[in-house]
Design a protein around this ligand. Structure first.
Ligand SMILES: Nc1ncnc2c1ncn2[C@@H]1O[C@H](COP(=O)(O)OP(=O)(O)OP(=O)(O)O)[C@@H](O)[C@H]1O
Length: 674
C-alpha cells in the first residue's frame, strides 16, 4: 500500500506574439520549487485597492514556457504509467482556464509529431513495456468518456457515427453496495497494440463535440477522460492484476462573468463551473482533517474521479497557467486550487483479484459434483453441518478419545464436512494442550513436589536402613552365636517388648493405610491426566467439573498420605530407639551374667559352659542325650536353661517376623510404588 499526497505540477503556456506578459518568476532550485506571481497595484479605478502584490505557490516542479512535450511526459506521466504497469491505479488531470494548454498537454498539438501529448506518449510507452515483458499475459482496453452538461457520452462506440453529441450513447453512473462506481454504457475497446489504441484515441477525438466560445474558438467545454485499462496474469496463476490510468482533460476553469457569454453558452458555462465547483468542494473536503463526508455524488465528474481523489490511486495534477497580463487572475486561482489539491492524500493499493473465469469454472465444477453426490447418496448436502449432526459428531469424537484401545477408530463416513470438523476438533484439542497444561500447572508442581518428597523419604529410609543394618550387623557380628540366641530370649522378656509390639502393630496399620492411600492417589492422578486430555474439547465443562473434584480429592488424599509418612517415620525412629535400648540392656545383662559365671565357676565352668553353648548350636533330640557335668547344681542350671531355650525357640518365629527388616521392606514398597 502506497500512501502519498497528490503530486501537483505547474506548466506555463508560451505567450502568444501579441500577448502582454504578466510578471512572474520560477524557482526550481528550492527544496520545493516555487512560482511567484506579481500583480501591480491597479490605480486605474482612481482608488487604492487592497490587492496583494505578490503570490507565491509551491509545486512539485514548474515547467516554464519553453518546456517540451517529451520532458512533460518523462517528468509527469512516465512515473504514473510505471505504477499503472505495476498494478496500481493512476490519474493525471490537467486543470486550468480555457486556452491554458490542457488539451495540448494531455492530447497534444495537431501540427507536429513532437507536439504529441501525454495520451499518445503514454500509450506508446505502455505498449513498449508490455512487449518487453513476456512473463505475463497482458490485456489492454481503452475507454473515452466525455462529460458535457452533467451527461456522460461514450466517445468510442463504433456503432454510432456521431454528427452531433446526442447521437453518442449516454453513459450513466451506477453504484454497487460497496460504493464502487460503474459506468453503464461506456464501452471498453480492446487495443492489442499502440496503433489500435491511437486509432481509438483519434476516433474519440473526432467524436468530441467542439463548440466555439469567445475565449477560444477551438476549446472544449466538456470534460474528457481517456482511460487505459490494463490487466495482467502470470501463466498458470489464478490471480489477475487490474489497473487503470485516467488521463483527464478538464473543461476551462475560467469564471463565467469574465467569459462574456450568454444564452445557450451561458448554460454550458454554468454547468462547467458547477462541476468544477463541486470538484473544488471535494478537494476542500478531502484537504480537511477528520472530514467524514466527501461530496463526490454532487457531480458526474467527481463521481467518476472518486478513486482518483482521496482513494485508491496515484494521482497527479498539472496546473495549466496562461501568464499573460489578461489571464493572470485566473492563473492565481488555478494555483490556489492546486495548493489545496496538494494536501490530499491517496492510498494506492495493488489491485489483485482471483480470475473470474476461474471462479466461474470452479463454481460450475462444484455444482456438478454436488449434483453427482446427491445422486449417489440420495441426500443434498448443505455447506454447513446441522446442529444435530454436530452434536452427534461431538459424541463420536468424545467416545473415540476416551477409548483406551489403541486400535479404536473414528468413522464419520465419506463426508468432507465431518472430516474437516474432526480435524478442527483435533487441532483445537492439540492447541489447547498448552493451555490445559497451564491450568494444571498447580497439579504438576504438586506432583513434582510429592515425587521429590518421595525421593527424599526414599533416601532417608535407605540411610536409616543402612544405619540399622550396620548397627545390628556390628552388634551381631561381635556377638557369639550363644550370645545372639540369649539376646533373642532377652528381648522377649524385656519390659519394652510391649512397646515394640504396640509400635509394630501400629506401623503395620499405618503401612496398610499408606498403601491404600497410595493406590487412591494413583487413581486420582490418572483421573486428572485423563481430564487434562479431554479438557480442550467443547464438552470440557463436564470434564472441568470432574477435574476440580479430582483436584480436591487429590489434595485431601495427598495431605493424609503426607501425614502418614511423618507418622511412620516417627514410629520407625521410636522402634529404632527401643531396639537400641533392648540391645544395650542385654549387653549389660550379658556382661553381668558372664561376670557371675567367672566368679563362681572360674575357668572349668567356663569350659563346660562353652561346651554347653556349642551343644545349643545342634539341637538335642532328647533331654537324655544332654552331656551333664555330674555336679548337681550345675546340671540343674543346664537343664533349666535348656527348657527356657525350648520355650524361646517356639516363640522365635513370631518375633523374627515382627522385628528385623521386613517392615522396612514393606515401607519401601509402599513409598516407592504407591
Ligand atoms: N505548450 C504549448 N506550446 C505550444 N502551443 C501551445 C502550448 N499550450 C497550448 N498551446 C496552444 O494553445 C492553444 C490552446 O491550447 P489548448 O487548446 O490546449 O487549451 P485548453 O486549455 O485545452 O483549452 P480548452 O479549455 O478550451 O480546452 C492551442 O492552439 C495550443 O496548440
Amino acid at each position: 500500500m502506497v500512501k502519498e499526497t497528490i503530486q501537483v505540477f505547474a506548466r506555463v503556456k508560451p505567450l502568444g506574439r501579441r500577448q502582454q506578459a504578466g510578471s512572474y518568476s520560477v524557482d526550481n532550485e528550492e527544496p520545493l520549487p516555487s512560482l511567484e506571481i506579481t500583480v501591480p497595484r491597479d490605480l486605474a479605478d482612481g482608488f487604492i485597492n487592497n490587492k496583494r502584490e505578490s503570490y507565491k505557490f509551491k509545486f512539485q516542479k514548474i515547467f516554464d514556457q519553453e518546456a517540451k512535450q517529451d520532458v512533460i511526459f518523462d517528468s509527469i506521466a512516465k512515473p504514473v504509467a510505471e505504477c499503472v504497469l505495476a498494478g496500481y491505479n493512476g490519474t493525471i488531470f490537467a486543470y486550468g482556464q480555457t486556452g491554458s494548454g490542457k488539451t495540448f498537454t494531455i492530447t497534444g498539438g495537431a501540427e507536429r509529431y513532437s507536439d504529441r501529448g501525454i495520451i499518445p506518449r503514454t500509450l506508446s510507452y505502455i505498449f513498449d513495456q508490455l512487449q518487453k515483458d513476456s512473463s505475463k499475459v497482458y490485456t489492454t482496453h481503452v475507454s473515452y468518456l466525455e462529460i458535457y452538461n452533467e451527461c456522460g457520452y461514450d466517445l468510442l462506440d463504433p456503432r454510432h457515427e456521431a454528427s452531433k453529441m446526442e447521437d453518442l450513447p449516454k453513459v450513466t453512473i451506477m453504484e454497487d453496495s460497496d460504493q464502487n462506481i460503474h459506468l453503464k454504457n461506456l464501452s471498453l475497446q480492446q487495443a492489442t497494440n499502440e496503433e489500435e489504441a491511437l486509432n481509438l484515441l483519434f476516433l474519440g477525438d473526432t467524436n468530441r463535440m467542439i463548440a466555439e466560445t469567445p475565449m477560444n474558438q477551438a476549446s472544449s467545454r466538456s470534460h474528457c477522460i481517456f482511460t487505459i485499462h490494463i490487466s495482467s496474469k502470470e501463466p498458470g496463476s489464478a490471480t489477475i492484476r487490474r489497473s487503470k490510468l485516467h488521463l483527464v482533460d478538464l473543461a476551462g476553469s475560467e469564471r463565467v462573468a469574465k467569459s462574456g457569454i450568454g444564452g445557450h453558452l451561458l448554460t454550458e458555462a454554468k454547468y462547467i463551473n458547477l462541476s468544477l465547483h463541486y470538484l473544488e468542494q471535494v478537494i476542500i473536503a478531502l484537504a480537511e482533517k477528520n472530514r467524514s463526508h466527501i461530496p463526490y455524488r454532487n457531480s458526474m465528474m467527481t463521481s467518476v474521479l472518486r478513486d482518483s481523489l482521496g482513494g485508491n490511486c496515484m494521482t497527479t495534477m498539472i496546473a495549466m497557467l496562461a501568464m499573460d497580463k489578461r489571464n493572470i487572475d485566473e492563473s492565481i486561482s488555478t494555483c490556489r486550487f492546486a495548493q489545496r489539491v496538494a494536501l490530499i492524500k491517496n492510498e494506492a493499493v495493488l489491485n489483485e483479484e482471483i480470475d473470474p473465469r476461474l471462479v466461474r469454472t470452479l463454481k460450475k465444477e462444484i455444482q456438478d459434483l454436488k449434483d453427482e453426490l446427491a445422486l449417489v447418496t440420495g441426500k443434498r448436502r448443505t455447506s454447513e453441518l446441522s446442529q444435530e449432526e454436530l452434536l452427534q459428531l461431538d459424541e463420536l469424537i468424545e467416545a473415540f478419545l476416551k477409548d483406551n484401545d489403541p486400535d479404536s477408530s473414528l468413522d464419520v463416513g465419506a463426508d468432507m464436512r465431518k472430516i474437516k470438523y474432526c480435524f478442527i476438533y483435533m487441532k483445537v484439542f492439540f492447541l489447547n494442550g498448552d493451555q490445559s497444561k497451564k491450568l494444571l500447572s498447580e497439579d504438576i508442581s504438586e506432583e513434582k513436589n510429592s515425587n521429590e518428597e518421595l525421593e527424599k523419604l526414599k533416601g532417608l529410609l535407605q540411610q536409616r536402613d543402612n544405619e540399622i543394618s550396620i548397627l545390628c550387623g556390628e552388634k551381631r557380628g561381635k556377638m557369639s552365636l550363644g550370645c545372639q540366641e540369649a539376646f533373642e530370649i532377652f528381648k522377649q522378656d524385656h519390659a519394652d517388648s510391649i512397646t515394640i509390639e504396640d509400635n509394630k502393630q501400629l506401623l503395620k496399620k499405618r503401612f496398610d493405610e499408606a498403601k491404600c492411600l497410595g493406590e487412591k492417589l494413583n487413581e486420582v492422578r490418572n483421573k486428572i491426566i485423563l481430564a487434562r486430555i479431554y479438557l480442550c474439547s467443547d464438552i470440557c465443562w463436564k470434564i472441568c467439573n470432574t477435574l476440580s473434584s479430582s483436584h480436591i480429592s487429590y489434595k485431601a488424599v495427598y495431605s493424609r498420605f503426607k501425614g502418614l509418612k511423618v507418622e511412620i517415620e516417627h514410629l520407625q525412629l521410636l522402634m529404632e530407639k527401643v531396639k537400641m535400648k533392648v540391645q544395650k540392656d542385654f549387653e549389660v545383662w550379658w556382661s553381668e551374667e558372664a561376670k557371675k559365671f567367672q566368679e563362681t565357676e572360674k575357668l572349668t565352668y567356663s569350659l563346660e559352659f562353652t561346651s554347653m553353648l556349642s551343644y545349643f548350636r545342634t539341637p538335642p533330640s532328647s533331654s537324655t542325650s544332654i552331656p551333664l557335668t555330674g555336679d548337681s547344681q550345675a546340671d540343674a542350671d543346664i537343664l533349666a536353661f535348656i527348657k527356657a531355650r525350648q520355650n524361646i525357640l517356639q516363640k522365635k518365629a513370631t518375633i523374627s517376623e515382627c522385628l528385623g527388616h521386613t517392615w522396612l521392606c514393606n515401607l519401601h514398597s509402599i513409598f516407592f510404588y504407591p
